[in-house]
Design a protein around this ligand. Sequence first.
Ligand SMILES: *Cc1c(COP(=O)(O)O)cnc(C)c1O
Length: 716
Amino acid sequence: MKTASDMGLPLVGVGLLYRQGYFTQYLNADGFQQERYPENDWYNMPVEIKTNKDGEPIKISVEMAGRMVAAQIWEVQVGRSSLYLLDTNIPENSQDLRNITAALYGGDKERRIQQEILLGIGGIRALRALGINPAVTHMNEGHSAFLGLERIRELMAEKQFTFDEAREALWPTNIFTTHTPVPAGNERFELALLEKYVGIWPQILGISWNDFLSLGRERPYDDHETFCMTVLALKLAAYANGVARLHGMVSRDMWRNLWPGLPLDEIPIGHVTNGVHPRTWVSSNMGELLSRYFGPNFDEAPTDLAIWNRIDRISDEELWRTHERRRERLVAFTRERVLEQYKRTGAADRHIRHAEDALSPYALTLCFARRFATYKRGNLLLRDPERLLRLVKDNDRPVQLIFAGKAHPHDMPGKALIREIVHFAEKHDVASRIVFIENYDMTVGKYLTSGGDVWLNTPRRPLEASGTSGMKAAMNGVLNCSVMDGWWDEAYTPEVGWAIGRGEEYEDTHLQDEIESKALYDLLEREIVPLFYQRGRDGLPREWIKMMKSCMREIGQSMSSHRMLMDYSNKFYLPALENYRHILKNDYKESKALAAYLSKLRQAWDSITISRIESSAKPVMQRGEILTVSALIELGPLTPDEIQVELYHGPVSNQSAVIKNARRSEMKAIGQEEHAYRYEVKIECDDTGFQGHTVRILPKHEALVHPYRTGFIKWA
Ligand SMILES: *Cc1c(COP(=O)(O)O)cnc(C)c1O
């Protein structure tokens, strides 16, 4: 939202106003996470209820399981952008409905479906009530995917369209971003719960219950499959992406069942790598320094990414002094926090003394702060206590560790990780060098991502879709040491940080922990610690500073949220907006034609047959020779230009018949022979080695954003 404001992008956000937010974390004397749910006081926060001209709150309502739920709308002004948050905590609703917006992640599946109906369906209604008419909608995670159904319902009512006509009209204006491969993030609902809550929707949309279910299923008519919100979003959006290059690949593989027969690299899920807002995450001290050297554009023209190339103008000494200042502030902040923690739990005086001299402002400081989900492996560094203690207890070249992060309230293994860290520090009497800060939030995050020296990240590849805290760190010159997962898989070079492993994936998680923890100790002992303590006569670690500069220069540009939003705009927002304008200008003519075409194609699909292929291929061909391939295709009721016929060709390995790095050449209809049409293409042989080719058929229609529609691909 901040980036949209900076860029003047006409974008609004929609979410829920959680009365209790997430939760406040504190640890008991045993290091076990406890949760508190303090209520937000909206009247002391920069949020405002939206009212009508009579000064009354604007309200919308949504049906849920036979009851009407009302919600009011709050606005958060984010610079020039607006974020609207729905709130069911109003007198019209009974107590259980008022609690729909009580807490993020607080409830059970029933609460989740209520929240998702409110967000998706209620979200669109809220925008309409505010007089905001979206051209394009961007579903961030499947949780908001019901919005696609509400938009279809509206258009059907407004234009008397069929479900298919409305769906095709909106498909080119929907964007979907998937944010995690972890199953809990890809919501699935049991059919009984779904029926209870959205059982009326098939009737509203004029489709059967089974057709409705097929929208949320990988195998459309498999009665054993639950209803998945990610699938719904993928089916309603013409544009879809993951949040890093690797995550795009993982997502294509994960959701390939939706496109049976389509090669993996063509599954229509791309990627836009996440980014962070530099002005939010660069510390005040570092920000002043950068402003001074980068000039006014650093603040005023944040899309001018090349400005980070000026980092070399800053002297080593000045950069290091600024960084050390941040480390001092982090140490002071941590001492204060730890002291509070000890006092609250009534710790012994011995402990309180620990807090007062916890950490050193001069020691190499490693930070690990993130959600304590088990796949992030917050305890990887503790695996070999002896090796860790040798690093921590080294008085000449000390290493200190700061941890922070919340476990999900129901995640007992996650909470066990936190306790393990606290116990480790106490048991080995290193509580002044290994510290856990309670209640990780943006304030804690800002101290850590700007005051540490190394940012640790140890997820089990490929479960970290992107990760963003390491980007915040990098922009402050804090060097990343991370498993090759998420964003780091594409950003890592030896000049900007360290890689744990080389991107391997393991079946045996125990073995993986063993190998990767060893790799991490090796990096620390052989590279990171020596580099940090390699000081010149002036006390500066010149080589380290050189890495800081490379890291800031590269990642400041590549992982800025302005780069991210420009990507979203160029790849998705602007094309989708263009689609919207075009569709409206022609009064939905093409969308209606597309719906009719797809219906006709569905009927005709099984009767399309590729009856013969003729190829001028010889066992050995020379480069530059022309290969002619033709195919006889029976079209049933279709005309020759209603399908896309392609020659699919490229290198194959001797062992498999799989064509790799395939190219596609369109085949043209050149004549009719009895019941069939002959399609032909000529290609020049321009590659060496073993080659293969085949013929395939895809849909073809001018209103298709892309031809990869579920179930429509046929191979010779
Ligand atoms: C940035 C941030 C996150 C997300 O960090 P990841 O690296 O993406 O896990 C979580 N919590 C807080 C408080 C943050 O500042």
